[in-house]
Ligand binder design. Structure first.
Ligand code: FES
Length: 99
């Protein structure tokens, strides 16, 4: 998700907030306190999840809780919408459904 993959988003402001880390598919990813999960993930990569219906990677659409394209699984088993969920330090995120 990081490395050579440029992020879909670019942070232009609010860089003063505290840096925290989350884990996406086992990889540490930096983000800032107060970011939504969608923002944090698309600053560091180009997708949110792989579709459970086999129609490819998904990156959200509306960014306001309406389209339902950004549902993610957390390590806790909880399912959340990335666009309406604030990151927490140490949050574990999975981009694929557990089988
Ligand atoms: S991006 Fe549409 S509901 Fe989250």
């Amino acid at each position: 998700m990081t490395g050579s993959n440029a992020g879909q988003f670019i942070r232009l402001g609010e860089t003063h907030r505290a840096q925290i880390e989350i884990r996406i598919d086992g990889e540490s990813v930096p983000c800032l306190a107060g970011d939504t999960l969608l923002t944090a993930m698309l600053l560091n990569g180009r997708l949110l999840r792989h579709s459970e219906f086999g129609d490819g990677p998904r990156a959200g659409f509306c960014n306001m809780g309406a389209c339902q394209d950004c549902w993610l699984s957390l390590g806790s088993g909880e399912r959340v919408r990335a666009c309406t969920t604030e990151v927490r330090s140490g949050m574990v995120v999975l981009t694929r459904e557990a089988s």
